[in-house]
Design a protein around this ligand. Sequence first.
Ligand code: ATP
Length: 459
Amino acid sequence: MENTLSKIVSLAKRRGFIYPGSEIYGGVANTYDYGPVGAELLRNIRELWWKFFVHRREDIVGLEASLISHQEIWKASGHTSSFADALVDCKNCKLRKRADHLIEESLSGEKEIKVEGLTDAELDQIITDNKIPCPNCGKVDWTKVRKFNLLFPVHMGIVEGDQSLAYLRGETAQGMFVNFKNVLESNRVKLPFGIAQLGKSFRNEITPGNSVFRTLEFEQGEIEYFFDPEESNWEELYEGWKKDMWKFITKKIGIREENLRWRMHTDEERSFYSKRTEDLEYKFPFGFKELWGLAYRTDYDLSQHEKGSGKELRVVDSQTGRKILPHVIEPAVGINRIFLMALSDAYQEEEGRTVLKLSPNLSPYKAAVFPLLANKPELVSKAREIYQDLRETFLVSYDARGNIGKRYLAQDEIGTPYCITIDFETLESDTVTVRDRDTMEQVRLNASELRNFIQQKLI
Ligand code: ATP
């Protein structure tokens, strides 16, 4: 299974989806850059998400908050005190590991092991009792478990000291809470309603290196859905969110249902303020892991910011005058995790080819156009004409190198659903062959039908 990941990673690099960050300078661990087709795939995921959760729903509005934010936001939210990983260092080879990951990786399979909610001392005890060796050098010589905060501090301007301290946001969610009143007062929204945001977040994480699954800088799609607990039934709202998330992943992103599951957080794992948290998990090549979290967070966030800022964040019911501090349900997903999931789910090795069976919605190129022969000017000019025309509507690729078979293989590896070939018959009848990526079957279509044909496959 690990092998599948390394094959996907190598294809992703070879074809221009993902490159290691800062590579020519030796790299920066856990950072990645997205190449030309990767950037398109990411954009497609973002656009589908925004369309499905913001444009399609009349009860959700969008937001783009600043990446750099006031240190008090992160104090009020609890991040400066408790947003931390418990880490251990190997004294021999200096490898740094998350204590929970070390325990899970070395003891899972041997016994049922639960690490959620354990104190540092309890984690220490498990590592010592089981004489867990360093996965890098094999020695059993760990430091005690120590907590490292995940927030990235930034120092602004030329002011020295604590005054200039701000943080790169550790999640997008706080943007919604601190702007709750702004959105309420400047838009025609009323409870229940959601504020959605897509954007970068930053966490100083130690990761075992599963490609873009966990990185220092990543993109989140988060929604804070605010409601009055006296007027709305949270369990019904929660179930509604589960349905929408499932629908988005299976119908829009096109992921196979058998690779998805819901997992309820245990009492130890769940934050103290949450009444229910579940993760939608995907079966990555390295096992079932969190893709998307769904948490009912009560009124914890707004009440923390009321205390922290001294500003009232309540909504006044215009009929009764009652003051309401809304409760919140939060679906939070990582766009880069959707990206890695999409590649993993689509990757297939078949006889003679490797193919990414991406949903056409996601495919970087919706089609590729080829002249049958590159040295026949009349074929080339007709192919370029069709290519330019389709490009007005979709991102389409053009390829005249090598033979047709090689061009098919190259497009299969980046998940292009249709390859359109212009041959001598095209010059006479204006028809082209369209080869389907998944079935490899070919049909002959009028060139004038191509736009509609492709459009129909994008749902
Ligand atoms: P995990 O348990 O995997 O660290 P989390 O529970 O801390 O995730 P949240 O804070 O709920 O994650 O963030 C919401 C989503 O953001 C996650 O479900 C995940 O898809 C994504 N995410 C979180 N941290 C990272 C990261 N370091 N790199 C990439 N995506 C991430």
